[in-house]
Design a protein around this ligand. Structure first.
Ligand SMILES: [Ca+2]
Ligand SMILES: [Ca+2]
Length: 227
């Protein structure tokens, strides 16, 4: 049986965990939960057959709520896309910001092999609070060298902020990243740009664990007007 002292310690530990958990999720004054429209999952269960040296620990759990400043809006819907491959093998670049995120055929754009990028123009600089990307989710895959950069410069030659980089061995030549590789799922990947500012958001990838090609179903960028 627990002694009162042990019980108090237990309750305190539990409370700390709850408080820390709340702060970790970014909840607080002036924040609201980011509301997302998610596609239906195409596969169920936790894939265990993918081996990669930089893969995150797979929990199989949903992402849970994510909190953003009140007034945060989806900025990328129907915005124009540029790419290192302006003539995709499959699909049209406009599909990246059409709001459709289903995993089946007819929803993904296929870009050529090796390192490629896509870039959304938000039309003006914004403070960014959430970036999501769906590469492909009808099959468990890891996309290589996922790097996300922001800039006010269309060609990303100056004022570049890197908000995600899981290229641990610099094979993409954009610098070594400390983020982990991940398996694509229907809820997409949420990247926290922590209020970093930019007009152009560029997404790199460098093939995947099934083939050398690069795929995109949708990208979403959420933010507030830059002050
Ligand atoms: Ca789409
Ligand atoms: Ca790499």
């Amino acid at each position: 049986m627990r002694t009162p002292a042990k019980k108090t310690l237990f309750v305190c530990t539990l409370l700390s965990a709850v408080i820390l958990g709340t702060y970790a999720a970014g909840q607080g004054p002036g924040k609201e939960e980011l509301k997302l429209t998610l596609p239906k999952p195409m596969f169920i269960g936790t894939p265990t057959n993918i081996k990669s040296p930089n893969l995150e620990v797979i929990t199989g759990k949903p992402r849970g709520p994510f909190f953003v400043p009140v007034g945060t809006k989806l900025l990328s819907l129907k915005r124009p896309i540029r790419s290192s491959d302006m003539q995709p093998v499959i699909g049209e670049l406009t599909m990246l910001t059409d709001g459709e995120k289903e995993g089946g055929d007819g929803y993904f754009v296929e870009l050529g092999p090796g390192k490629q990028w896509v870039q959304v123009d938000l039309g003006a600089p914004y403070a960014l609070h959430a970036i999501l990307v769906w590469h492909y989710h009808s099959q468990a895959r890891v996309y290589r060298d996922v790097v996300v950069q922001l800039s006010d410069d269309r060609d990303l030659l100056k004022g570049v902020t890197t908000v995600f980089n899981n290229d641990h061995d610099n094979t993409a030549g954009l610098g070594i990243g400390t983020d982990k590789e991940y398996i694509e799922v229907a809820e997409g990947r949420l990247i926290d740009p922590k209020g970093a500012k930019g007009r152009y958001v560029r997404f790199y990838s460098n093939g995947n664990t099934s083939n050398d090609l690069n795929h995109y179903i949708e990208v979403e960028v959420y933010g507030t007007p830059a002050k």
